[in-house]
Design a protein around this ligand. Structure first.
Ligand code: GDP
Ligand code: MN
Length: 345
């Protein structure tokens, strides 16, 4: 079903000559390795740069990120980059909330991005072209994972999820957002706000737009790269925790803000909530039941079932899927004590 949906044309008006004003918000904490490269990448987009502003918001980095950005601004005086320096680190959410206060009231699109990301040259134009359709409230882009040298990994699992997100987007909207790029129409952002429950992240920001009845789409006409760095396991569990929090809290947030509008997106929301909140535990419970049936009843059916399951693990997609279920369980448990407002960088 996803594949059929994926192949359908976009049911939207897309206009590549549409060039709204854009403000890009780039939060940084200890990004001295990446930040200059990131700014270079942003200002060399194939887009009229006089329509683009960039706000870097740095939360008291201890590795000189702030001075690096100041230096970059002095050597590139012609582009509109501003640096907002926070006196203490209070987390990414607080930082971007402060940066939003600096956005020009006439600005049309706000884009959040990360320092460890890289956009293709056409990305900004492709993203903007979808906003030509007034129904579109938010846009994210397909994601590719790259190692620190920029070599893109061949990742069957990632490719599968890109397909699912695009299929959901063509159907209506996707509730899961890729951190390297989240573009939001400013007046939609003003209306729905950013979900502010602890642990809310890019996905929650996108979900609320979809829940408010706008199209929140992942587009397929460009891709953004995210570099794999740091402790990968820690990060997967943290992200799983954020996903769990998103599906637990964002609909309630949308209702509390009185912006929730019933729409066909509710189908996507229900399926994805089930897959994120319930499915992992079903897997765990069934494995426990099968193991119990084997040890207590010597059940042949249980042996065969577990055996088939174990065999399936030899296929990479199954292995990654099972791992994702494990991350979601760990993430949900971790969420009981830690909502990841500030994380190791
Ligand atoms: P991940 O992609 O979810 O693993 O998170 P990252 O560690 O890559 O962080 C995403 C972006 O947020 C990066 O650009 C970070 O520098 C930035 N970031 C993380 N924590 C903070 C913070 O406390 N303050 C600010 N301003 N930026 C932060
Ligand atoms: Mn990152």
């Amino acid at each position: 079903m996803m594949r059929v949906q994926y192949k359908k044309p976009w049911p939207l008006t897309i206009d590549k000559s549409y060039t709204p004003t854009i403000t890009i918000i780039l939060p940084t904490y200890n990004e001295s390795q990446w930040v200059k490269k990131r700014l270079d990448n942003l200002v060399t987009q194939d887009y009229p740069m006089d329509r683009v502003k960039i706000i870097v918001v740095d939360s008291a980095s201890t590795d000189g990120t702030g001075s690096l950005v100041e230096g970059w601004i002095t050597t590139n005086p012609k582009v509109g980059v501003k640096l907002l320096r926070e006196p203490v680190r209070e987390g990414k959410f607080i930082a971007i909330a402060h940066a939003l206060h600096l956005v020009d009231p006439t600005n049309e699109i706000v884009i959040f991005t990360d320092a460890d990301a890289y956009w293709r040259q056409e990305t900004l134009r492709e993203v903007a072209s979808f906003f030509a359709d007034a129904r579109v409230g938010g846009v994210t882009a397909s994601i590719l994972y790259a190692d620190e040298d920029g070599v893109v990994r061949d990742d069957a699992y990632r490719a599968y999820y890109n397909l699912v997100r695009i299929a959901e987007s063509k159907f209506r909207s996707t509730p899961v957002i890729n951190g390297p790029l989240l573009a939001i129409r400013t007046n939609v952002l003003q209306k729905v706000g950013l979900p502010d429950f602890p642990g809310s992240d890019d996905s929650a920001f996108g979900s609320v737009i979809a829940l408010a009845g706008y199209r929140m789409i992942q587009i397929d006409r460009t891709a953004v790269m995210e570099y794999i760095r740091g402790d990968v396991l820690q990060r997967r569990i943290r992200r799983a925790n954020c996903l769990v929090l998103n599906f637990r809290n964002t609909k309630r947030y949308a209702k509390r803000m009185s912006v929730y509008v019933p729409s066909s997106f509710d189908v996507v929301w229900r399926i994805e909530s089930w897959l994120t909140l319930i499915n992992p535990w079903l897997l765990l419970v069934s494995v426990i039941c099968l193991a119990a049936a084997i040890s207590l009843e010597h059940s042949l059916i249980a042996v065969v079932s577990l055996g088939v399951g174990a065999l399936a693990l030899s296929m990479k997609p199954c292995r990654t899927w099972v791992l994702q279920q494990v991350y979601l369980i760990c993430g949900a448990i971790r969420g009981l004590s830690n909502q990841d407002v500030i994380w190791n960088r």
